[in-house]
Design a protein around this ligand. Sequence first.
Ligand code: SF4
Ligand code: SF4
Ligand code: SF4
Length: 260
Amino acid sequence: MKPRIAFFDMASCEGCQLAILDCEDVFLHILDLVDIVEFREALSEKAPRFDVAFIEGSINREIDAERLRDIRARCTWLVSLGACACHGNVQARSNALSPAENLQRVYGPEACHVAQTDSQYWPLWAHTRVRAVHEVVKVDYHLRGCPVDRDEFLHLVKRLVAGSLPRFARQPVCVECKHNGNECVFEHGDTCMGQITWGGCDAICINGGYRCDGCRGLLPGVNLDSHRALLRERGLSDTDIDSRYRLFCSADVQPRGTRP
Ligand code: SF4
Ligand code: SF4
Ligand code: SF4
């Protein structure tokens, strides 16, 4: 029997699922290897059990956490798909503010006041906190990036089918950037997150003439103090630096318990 794989979305833009669907040139080959049994973007079928569950999106509400625990109980391998699932992504920035502050910033003071007097709606909002998938259930593999890299996705599927361990980059983006012969953006006055960010994307943004903003998340063990000092030298304020660090991975860098 072919392994059965399923895709689920939580709080996300669904761009990672689209990136997977964009593998259309190799999709028929994938279907030779696996059965896709649930994938809302492409199928209406539902499945009670599956071998691999891909989870896209962050976990924001308790009902999402319950759904995730149920999915975990029905699969063998669980994979976090993309920056939202791996480390909260931009929506995790809201964890730094209280529920009322978030509501007010998005909808204005009047709507905030109305919402706070709604006894059905307000408790849901008040308990919203953005979590990465691994903060709720055990995660077997992380597919990083915003969106995920299709080659890494294909590599993981093939390895799981073959029963062997997938191999992912454990080096900063800088290694791939230098390998590609790019001139470092620090040389001409810009700043970059490449030194502290998980590689594996082939430094695609720098190859294209931009900088790395860190969408693949913080590499474990990096020296953030040293990186911060470098950014300060280039004229960034601590507020700017915190904002850069939190752009994609608030759940990694923001101390827990900061939300009132
Ligand atoms: S990681 Fe990026 S592309 Fe993927 S779902 Fe989240 S916001 Fe969309
Ligand atoms: S441009 Fe960024 S990724 Fe490339 S070498 Fe410089 S700091 Fe590293
Ligand atoms: S270069 Fe940086 S921002 Fe661009 S895809 Fe790679 S990790 Fe993400």
